[in-house]
Design a protein around this ligand. Structure first.
Ligand SMILES: [Zn+2]
Length: 358
């Protein structure tokens, strides 16, 4: 199986399926369709973003028991990264780890098991996760696709299982001052100083962590003013914030940030995406941990994840993030361990089969 997964991974990696390249996004899905010839599927398209769901029942089920999900889009890489390269146990390439190799494993697993399970099993392949998943996973959800449990092959390290991930809050804050000539400061009011004071207060409450933490963090992404003149007191200033909040702290974070602002500041919410939080006690999560531990022969660690995934678009579904071993997602050095792909396949296989009613 290792070889088959490797070959299909290479095929997927060689397609530069990045945002805006609808032709390439379709091409990467074609690769999956070719592999799964004869299986039923339904295609979707929203704002030129294609996606697909394969199903093993006569008609599309009202609700799947289990969906295996993979995003086959990638963040842009350098041209060399679309030529997959094997060095020892490592497969290098854009998307090797995030998450075309996991996708390849899921496609081959679905091919092998779709007809061997006695419940509605789906394979969801989307092409816009890296830009939010609104026209892929979320669009399919809006069109009625749902499941009791979804397993996403997102990057995890050392076969950890993730059932919680942070939510995203993007804000644009505008400060208004009074413009004037720079020689006559007293006639104006420079809003950059107000913004600076706000940022200092923010920094005290949300200091920059020096290591990985499971707590709400806030990044100052962009500061600016529309002023382009050197000898002028600017009349406006603005800042963009990117907050990543742990489950349950979304509203609290927004309130906290607002409380640090001067009265005349204007807050615009650009993005407010929910956190993902499946309780560890969920029966699907529990049985996933149990079967994985048996297949792996060791204890599995359950962790919270700092990055968001498409699972947040399925708020009532038991969501599990679980991927093969690798490193360097979104970097020039992205790789996945080839050996781990086989183990990954075996773990997923035992889980998919364990959900049979028998
Ligand atoms: Zn990913």
């Amino acid at each position: 199986m290792e070889n088959k997964i490797l070959e299909l991974s290479k095929k997927l990696i060689s397609v530069p399926s990045v945002k805006g390249e609808t032709k390439e996004l379709n091409r990467v899905l074609e690769t999956a369709k070719k592999e799964l010839k004869g299986h039923f599927y339904k295609e979707y398209e929203s704002n030129e973003v294609p996606s697909i769901i394969f199903y093993n029942t006569k008609t599309l089920p009202k609700k799947f028991k289990l969906i295996l999900d993979a995003h086959l889009d990638v963040v842009p890489g350098n041209s060399e990264q679309y030529k997959p390269k094997v060095v020892g146990d490592k497969l290098y390439g854009r998307g090797a780890y995030d998450m075309k190799a996991a996708g390849a494993a899921e496609i081959l697993l679905y091919k092998d098991l779709a007809k061997k399970v006695d419940y509605p099993l789906g394979l969801q392949l989307v092409t816009d996760e890296e830009i939010g998943g609104f026209n892929g996973a979320k669009y399919q959800f809006k069109k009625g696709i749902d499941a009791d449990c979804i397993v996403v092959g997102e990057c995890s390290s050392d076969f950890t299982v993730s059932v919680a991930s942070k939510g995203v809050l993007w804000l644009k804050i505008d400060f208004t001052g009074v413009a004037s000539h720079a020689a006559y400061l007293w006639e104006g009011k420079n809003p950059i100083y107000e913004m600076n004071q706000f940022l200092n207060r923010l920094w005290k409450i949300y200091p920059i962590p020096t290591k990985k933490v499971w707590e709400t963090t806030v990044n100052v992404s962009i500061v600016g003013t529309t002023n382009e003149t050197g000898n002028k007191v600017p009349g406006d200033a603005s800042v963009r914030l990117d907050a990543r909040y742990i489950p349950g702290e979304g509203e609290k974070t927004l309130k906290k940030i607002k409380s640090l602002l001067p009265k005349n500041a204007k807050v615009e919410i650009l993005e407010f995406e929910p956190a993902m939080n499946t309780p560890e006690s969920d029966p699907y999560v529990q049985s996933f941990i149990k079967t994985s531990e048996i297949a792996l022969g060791k204890k599995i660690e359950v962790v919270g994840k700092n990055g968001a995934s498409d699972l947040r678009h399925y708020p009532k579904t038991a969501g599990i993030e679980f991927g093969p071993i690798g490193a360097g997602p979104h970097t020039d050095n992205e790789w996945v361990s080839i050996k781990s792909l086989n183990v990954y396949y075996k773990i997923l296989e035992s889980y998919v089969l364990s959900l049979n009613r028998k």
